[in-house]
Design a binder for this molecule. Structure first.
Ligand SMILES: [Zn+2]
Length: 462
C-alpha cells in the first residue's frame, strides 16, 4: 500500500471510531515547542477540567474528594494535586465500576492489560482517550522520522488461532501498512523466516521488546544472517522498543546488528503513552496529556529527583486516573534537549520494582543488573534469575554452541561478585524459558521480594 493511501485509510478508520487523532496530532506538533509557561498553563487548565469532571461524573472520585475535603475549584496549581491520595493498582481493580463515566463520549469500553506483576488489570477507555494516545504515538514516531502510513512491523505477540475479529484486524493492518511478526516465541528457524519476510515486506521501522530483538540478534549471528541488509537494501530506518527497560548494553547490541538507531518508548496501558525518544535519544514526556511526579516508594513522599513514578492522566475523562502509582522507578527533569522541544524528560532508572533479588545480607539488587552479568559471557541467548526463598538464587540459562565450557562457572563468579553475599548460587542450563502468562519475558522472578512488597516491606538497592 502506498504510504499516502495507507495514511488516508488510517485517518478514515480513526474518524469512523470517533477519534480525532490527526487534529490532536497537529496540536501536539505545535504545543511541543511552546514556551514552558504556556504549556504549563494548558496543562493546569486540563487538570482542573479533569478534576471537575471526575467530581461531577464518578461516585468514586466524588466520595474521595468529599472525604478529603477537596473542592474541584480549589485545584489552582500542580502542587494542589498532592492533596489527592495515591491511587493504588489494587484500588483501581476494586473500585473500577465506581470510577467510570459511561456517558463521556463514544465507545466507552472495558479493556484488559497485563500488569507488571502478571496480574491482568481491566479498565475503561473511550474514543477520546484512545485518540490522544494514538496522536501521542504518531508524534513520537514522527520525531524519529516515521510518518503514519509508512510501513511499520510489529515484532509482537500473535495468537496462534486467528478468530474472525483477528482476521478483520489483520486485513485492516494490511490496509494501513502495519505488519505483525511473533516476537514472543522465537526459535532459530523462525528468526531465519522472519528475516526473509522482513526483507520482502520492507518495513521502515520495526517495533518490539528489547529482549525479543536481542534474542533475534544472537540467533541471527549463529546462522550468519546479515541483518544490516534490511537497512542497506530494504529501507529500514529505525528500531523502536517498548515495554521493558532498554539497557545501554541491549541498545548497543541491537544497533550494531541492524545498523540503524534504536529508540525507546515507554507507556502503560492504564496510564497512556508516557515517553518517547526524540532523534537525540532524549525520552520526552507527553506533557500535554500527563502530569508526572516521583515519590519515595517507602515514605510515599514526593521526591525532587529519582523515585517511583506517579501518573495523572489529564485527557482520559471516561475513567479519571489521578496520582496513580506505577511501580516503575524513574528520574524526571527539565534539562533542555538539542531538539528544541520544551517537553520535559524522563529516564527509566531501575526497571520494574517487582524485579529485585534480595540477598541473605538484606540487599535488594536491581534485577536488570543480571543482564550485564549474563551478557558478559558468550553464547547465552536467554536467561532467567529465580528466587523462591532467601539464601538461594537460581540462574537459568538457554545457551547455544558459543557457550564456553567454563561458562557456568563464569556466570556464577560474576553473580557472586555482584551480589557480595553468601547466598547459594545455582547456575543451570535449560532447554527453554517460557514467557509469563502475560506473554512478557521476565528476566528476574523473585517470590521473596514480591511477598515483601505486597506487605510494603522493601527497600531498593540504589
Ligand atoms: Zn529532544
Amino acid at each position: 500500500m502506498l504510504p499516502g493511501i495507507a495514511r488516508f485509510i488510517f485517518n478514515m478508520q480513526e474518524w469512523c471510531l470517533g477519534r480525532n487523532s490527526f487534529s490532536i496530532l497537529r496540536q501536539l506538533r505545535s504545543s511541543e515547542r511552546w514556551p514552558r509557561e504556556r504549556l504549563d498553563q494548558l496543562r493546569l487548565e486540563r487538570l482542573q477540567r479533569m478534576v471537575h469532571l471526575a467530581y461531577a461524573h464518578t461516585p468514586y472520585w466524588r466520595e474521595l474528594m468529599e472525604q478529603h475535603k477537596i473542592r474541584p475549584e480549589e485545584i489552582r496549581s500542580f502542587s494542589d494535586l498532592q492533596r489527592f491520595p495515591l491511587l493504588e493498582k489494587s484500588t483501581l481493580r476494586r473500585c473500577r465500576e465506581e470510577m467510570v463515566w459511561r456517558e463521556e463520549g463514544k465507545r466507552v469500553q472495558l479493556i484488559r492489560t497485563s500488569g507488571s506483576t502478571n496480574e491482568a488489570l481491566q479498565f475503561y477507555t473511550s474514543s477520546t482517550r484512545e485518540a490522544h494516545i494514538n496522536a501521542a504515538r504518531m508524534r513520537g514516531h514522527e520525531w524519529i522520522g516515521i510518518r503514519r502510513g509508512q510501513r511499520e512491523m510489529y515484532f509482537w505477540g500473535s495468537p496462534v488461532e486467528l478468530s474472525k475479529q483477528d482476521r478483520i484486524k489483520r486485513f485492516r493492518d494490511w490496509l494501513i501498512n502495519d505488519g505483525l511478526t511473533n516476537g514472543f516465541e522465537i526459535t532459530p528457524e523462525r528468526v531465519a523466516r522472519y528475516f526473509g519476510y522482513w526483507k520482502q515486506w520492507r518495513p521502515r521501522c520495526i517495533f518490539g521488546y528489547p529482549s525479543s530483538f536481542v534474542l533475534m540478534v544472537h540467533m541471527a549471528e549463529a546462522q550468519h544472517l546479515p541483518l544490516t541488509e534490511l537497512k542497506e537494501r530494504h529501507g529500514l530506518k529505525a528500531i523502536c522498543t517498548t515495554s521493558e527497560m532498554l539497557t545501554d548494553v541491549d541498545r548497543k547490541i541491537i544497533t550494531e546488528a541492524f545498523g540503524v538507531p534504536v529508540y525507546d518508548s515507554y507507556g502503560l496501558r492504564e496510564a497512556g503513552l508516557i515517553g518517547h525518544e526524540c532523534q537525540y535519544f532524549t525520552m520526552h514526556c507527553m506533557d500535554e496529556q500527563l502530569i508526572l511526579e516521583t515519590i519515595d516508594p517507602q515514605t510515599l513522599q514526593p521526591t525532587g529527583g529519582p523515585g517511583e513514578l506517579v501518573v495523572t492522566n489529564i485527557m482520559g475523562p471516561a475513567m479519571p486516573i489521578l496520582r496513580y502509582r506505577t511501580g516503575d522507578m524513574v528520574e524526571l527533569s527539565h534539562t533542555p534537549c538539542p531538539c528544541g522541544r520544551s517537553l520535559s524528560r524522563i529516564r527509566i532508572s531501575g526497571g520494574r520494582i517487582a524485579d529485585f533479588i534480595l540477598t541473605d545480607q538484606g540487599k535488594w539488587v536491581v534485577g536488570y543488573s543480571f543482564i550485564y552479568i549474563c551478557r558478559s559471557v558468550k553464547g547465552i541467548i536467554k536467561f532467567q534469575v529465580r528466587q523462591d526463598r532467601i539464601g538461594e538464587i537460581r540462574i537459568l540459562l538457554v545457551t547455544d554452541a558459543n557457550f564456553p565450557p567454563d561458562g557456568i562457572a563464569q556466570v556464577a563468579r560474576a553473580a557472586r561478585a555482584r551480589l557480595a553475599s553468601t547466598d547459594t548460587i545455582l547456575v543451570q542450563q535449560v532447554d527453554d524459558i517460557p514467557p509469563a502468562p502475560s506473554g512478557k519475558y521476565r528476566p528476574v522472578i523473585s517470590a521473596v521480594t514480591q511477598q515483601l512488597m505486597e506487605r510494603g516491606q522493601f527497600k531498593p538497592d540504589s
